[in-house]
Ligand binder design. Sequence first.
Ligand code: 9MR
Length: 341
Amino acid sequence: MRGRTVTLITAAAMLAGLFAATPADAGTPLGTLAAQRGKHFGAGIDVGQLTDVPYTTILDREFNAVTPMDSMKWDATEPMRGQFNYTRGDRIVAYAQQRNMIVRGHTLVWHSQAPAWVQSITNPTMLYDALVNHVTRLTTHYRGAVYAWNVVNEPLDANGAYRNSFFYQRLGPSYIATAFRAARAADPAAKLYLSEFGAEGLNAKSDGLYNLARSLLAEGVPLDGVAFQGHMVIGQIPADMVQNFQRFAALGLDIAITELDVRMPLPRTAAKDNQQAADYITMVRACLVVPRCKGLTLWTFSDKYSIIPWTFPSQGAATPWDANMQPKPAYSAIYSTLSGG
Ligand code: 9MR
């Protein structure tokens, strides 16, 4: 009887620890716990948020990695041909370096947030030159400061075929290899990643991504890793995600979860919060159980700056801290999982 009571209390305490919002300053920083497991724990951030003290208090305490959400994209860094602007990216790097955080660079070649002048280059040789120049200049400027680059972002369509982007239309699939080779030539030490969304589980898109990664490696292209963005929906984490991650790792590649959020249909309820907490556990655990998974990055960690409400109308509350920087059950869930629970 006594033993049974103890068991019940323990189970209740465990559940409370897992699903009740613990004060944000209660325990060991998540970044420290992740580092103890050999992983980084990162946040997507941008310069506009760095003066938000309640926000940066959590950032500084909990995270050991950052990704600029927009400041290193082509439209930010080379808005006019040959005119490079590193101001915002440099601020992120300086912020990170002062706090011993690593920086994941995002992103060198993407069909979106590419300035009009790039998109309007119809001559393949000129577009090739512009691409090589952009990649070379960025990776040279941030050599030694950026630990890993998402070199090419979202090159596939939902079926796993090449996305019919302006890069693909003018250069064919070789623009991908070209970008990786230029990045490696300029910064031999940075880890070079291929990034995609919707490829977390086994599906047509991840099959396409797997075949692309395998063929790049077969051609000797300097590909080091695959970035799974991890824009997830509550209750819909693919059951075969770890199996999928493992097949990429088996190619000899690193992997990372690079833009994690778990959105829900609004309004928030306790039941949805608990489902979301369970989903964050599944995501964190997937990285923990795959040795080649280098870490996770949240996009971002507070609902105040989450892109979900304006990307997916009537959805939101996708991050572990609410818009007032109060931790949700997802925070406690990540905490327990990284602690070994
Ligand atoms: O977080 C980014 C947001 O600030 C931008 O307005 C948006 C524009 O496309 O891009 C967001 O981040 C995207 C990321 O760079 C690539 N994967 C999808 C993300 C959400 O759109």
